[in-house]
Design a protein. Structure first.
Length: 522
């Protein structure tokens, strides 16, 4: 009887849910508004500054509050989702995100707006791990790569289209519309999730790891804060170093605690799996390349090519198109033809080639070259991103799917911050060194300050432009090299894991006939 029951349960788990694509649509629509909010607010900054009287520091907190809370709570929210139920966590996260969006739309002071962004970050932290975890449990091994490709495409496209959506809304409505647009999606999502999703959670019934949750939150918030402070304060600023030290110390204590507690929030043995390590490294580098390139490209398009913020956002559309096409159509085929390891190497090679093409595109009249580079960059990321996510999620137990997704999203946030911080530091250093000394010491802090220091001199303005272009090219080349070398290393780790998995499967197959023959002889 127990055998029949086990067989029935196994069959139920492998049967394809007829509602699975509707479930994916609901998950992706929720994910879209989350990632959209990472970038949509950037184009609304001038309006918010003027209408709310926000200071520069308050604007920075408005942007960073969402990122800090989201990053800090991802692992904790993922762990709670596994323990308390993924459907419950998704509904809670969506409701909190909607409440924060409504509060942000009605905010009359900068302080209320900052609080609203923090509330939205809490909701997003419960939503992001849950979307991928439910996806993994909804689709079987054959359809999962395609589903993850769609999920990854929505994530990347949402981030790239944020400035375009924001510009459109601001052209027709007030700045609060960038928040209010989320509310209808939230309402539809709550109804659809309640009707479509089935509850699932870790059957072990482990108790919540309160200390682990506290340590992970403090550590990640400190690390992310240190990384996003680099473009403003520099790597050697005491505040940056101090915050980074707090984060690093917190990580060490967190690892120590997770190895000793009976019910760890994060199973540290996962990091001994080469497939997991390769996927983690690949995810960080994909995010590093995408975020770093976006940071550099927006300055290239606005400062050197003369586009306004909305136009600059529109010029990045080829990258979003590349991600969309590649994630859905090309990445699953690459996986079948080459496997995960070689597929990741192919993807990061495409991204690196795209970054180099962008770096070599002429500043004037060279948009076709720039467009080709952006398309190649997006297509490369569209290949490697879904492969990395699929590899990471397949290397952890299904009952810890939300925790694994939280780790994936946290590392992507760190990778994005590192991309901006590292390449931004290279840009700042290269620009400062290339500027002529006659402009003064403070001119190298930013391109607008250098232009102001030129006092209208055509010769000095040309020097400023050339210096900034050289620094941008250097930053993009270094970014391409980092993505290529690190991505190939991640590919090698994943290739090694694939070979070990095949060897283990072959050994198991060879052992089975021998055991069967021994049983017949007996």
């Amino acid at each position: 009887m127990s055998t029949d029951r086990s067989a029935t349960e196994s069959t139920a788990q492998t049967e394809r849910d007829p509602r699975r694509w509707w479930i994916l649509a609901v998950l992706c629509s929720s994910l879209f508004v989350i990632v959209l909010d990472n970038t949509i607010l950037n184009v609304a900054i001038p309006s918010i500054t003027e209408q709310l009287g926000a200071s520069t520091a308050q604007i920075q907190w408005t942007i960073n509050a969402y990122t800090l809370v989201l990053s800090g709570l991802l692992i904790t929210a993922g762990g709670l989702s596994d323990r308390l139920g993924r459907k419950r966590a998704l509904l809670l996260g969506l409701a909190v995100f909607g409440a924060g969006s409504l509060l942000g739309a009605m905010a009359g002071t900068p302080e209320v707006l900052i609080a609203a962004r923090a509330v939205m970050g809490v909701g997003a932290a419960f939503l992001m791990p849950g979307t991928l975890a439910v996806l993994v449990r909804t689709f079987d091994d054959d359809e999962r790569p395609r589903a993850i490709g769609i999920w990854a495409a929505v994530s990347s496209v949402g981030m790239a289209l944020g400035p375009v959506f924001g510009g459109f809304l601001l052209d027709h409505f007030w700045w609060g519309s960038t928040f209010l647009i989320n509310v209808p999606v939230v309402i539809v999502g709550l109804i659809a999730m309640g009707a479509l999703l089935r509850e699932s959670k870790d059957p072990s019934g482990a108790r919540p790891d309160v200390l682990g949750a506290l340590l992970s939150t403090v550590s990640v918030v400190a690390l992310v804060w240190a990384v996003i402070s680099v473009p403003r304060d520099g790597w050697l600023d005491p505040r940056t170093l101090g915050t980074g030290l707090v984060g690093a110390t917190g990580v060490i204590v967190f690892v120590w605690w997770e190895k000793r507690t009976a019910d760890p929030m994060l199973d540290m043995s996962m990091f001994s799996n080469p497939k997991f390590r390769g996927a983690v490294l690949g995810g960080i580098l994909t995010a590093f390349g995408m975020a770093g390139s976006l940071f550099l490209l927006t300055q290239d398009l606005q400062f050197l090519r003369g586009y306004n913020p909305l136009e600059a956002g529109a010029q990045l559309t080829p990258m979003a198109i590349g991600v969309l096409i590649s994630s859905i159509m090309i990445s699953p085929r690459v996986l079948k033809a080459f496997g995960v390891g070689k597929g990741v190497a192919i993807g990061v090679s495409g991204s690196a080639a795209g970054l180099l093409t962008v770096a070599l595109a002429p500043d004037s009249g060279g948009y076709l070259v720039l467009m080709a580079g952006l398309l190649l960059l997006g297509m490369g990321a569209g290949v490697s991103g879904p492969l990395v996510a699929n590899a990471l999620m397949s290397s952890i137990p299904r009952e810890r799917a939300s925790t694994g997704s939280g780790v994936n999203n946290t590392l992507q946030e760190l990778g994005s911050g590192l991309g901006v911080g590292v390449l931004g530091a290279v840009l700042a250093a290269g620009f400062s060194q290339a500027l002529p000394g006659s402009l003064g010491e403070g001119a190298g802090q930013s391109y607008p300050q250098a232009v102001a220091a030129a006092h209208g001199s055509d010769r000095l303005l040309a020097d400023v432009r050339d210096s900034f272009a050289q620094a941008l090219t250097l930053s993009q080349v270094i970014g391409a090299a980092a993505v290529l070398m690190g991505g190939w290393f991640a590919g090698l780790l994943l290739l090694r894991a694939e070979r070990e998995q095949k060897q283990a499967a072959a050994a198991a197959e060879a052992q089975s006939p021998a055991q069967a023959a021994g049983g017949q002889t007996a």
